[in-house]
Design a protein around this ligand. Structure first.
Ligand SMILES: CC(C)(COP(=O)(O)OP(=O)(O)OC[C@H]1O[C@@H](n2cnc3c(N)ncnc32)[C@H](O)[C@@H]1OP(=O)(O)O)[C@@H](O)C(=O)NCCC(=O)NCCS
Length: 158
């Protein structure tokens, strides 16, 4: 199903979105699977760690079909999760989500975004490269279940 870019929007995630966000995460095995309290914490402005959480929303058609969350300790930020519903891959949603996140992170004085990704997640690595991320290192056996190395990547925000 193709989305109409005119009717989709990128906006802040709210508590009312969490059901749909968790449903979407469950459809995307490559995304980290957070328990609901972790998402709630990402929305809590009083939490120790500052986070920016965004969703891609197409209310009438698809509802929430993408989300991205970054944590922030200026000048550093970490992209913790990004996922798009598989039926909408390669339609520019991931890029739109990241562009909006980067704008918000810059506004909050972040100048570098880092992330970790499974070395076997070729689609995500290609996606991050397309955004300008470059290799920053490798963490051996960083992931469990299955055990796997993490590729570390970073992007300097212009
Ligand atoms: C990674 C992910 C978020 C990308 O979302 P998306 O909406 O499909 O990405 P976009 O359409 O914005 O792609 C932007 C560019 O990234 C690159 N890209 C994205 N997916 C790719 C793939 N499967 N293979 C190669 N390049 C890819 C391309 O250069 C693409 O531009 P193009 O389509 O004009 O060639 C999506 O594949 C996803 O949800 N994956 C599962 C979850 C995941 O792995 N998250 C990362 C770990 S937390």
């Amino acid at each position: 199903m193709n989305l109409d870019p005119a009717s989709t929007r990128i906006r802040r995630m709210t508590a009312a979105d969490l059901g749909q966000v968790m449903e979407l995460a469950a459809k995307v095995p490559e995304a980290p699977h957070w328990p609901e309290p972790a998402y709630r914490m990402a929305l809590d402005s009083g939490s120790n760690v500052r986070r920016v959480a965004l969703v891609a929303d197409d209310g009438p058609l698809a509802g929430i079909f993408g989300f991205a969350i970054a944590s922030l300790l200026p000048p550093q930020a970490e992209l913790e999760t990004v996922a798009v519903a598989p039926e909408h891959w390669r339609q520019g949603t991931g890029r739109r989500l990241f562009d909006a996140l980067a704008t918000e992170l810059r506004a909050q004085n972040a100048s570098v975004v880092r992330l970790e990704v499974r070395v076997s997640n070729h689609a995500a690595i290609a996606f991050y490269r397309s955004l300008g991320f470059v290799r920053a290192g490798l963490r051996s056996r960083y992931y469990a279940d299955p055990i796997e190395d993490a590729l570390q990547m970073k992007l300097r925000l212009a």
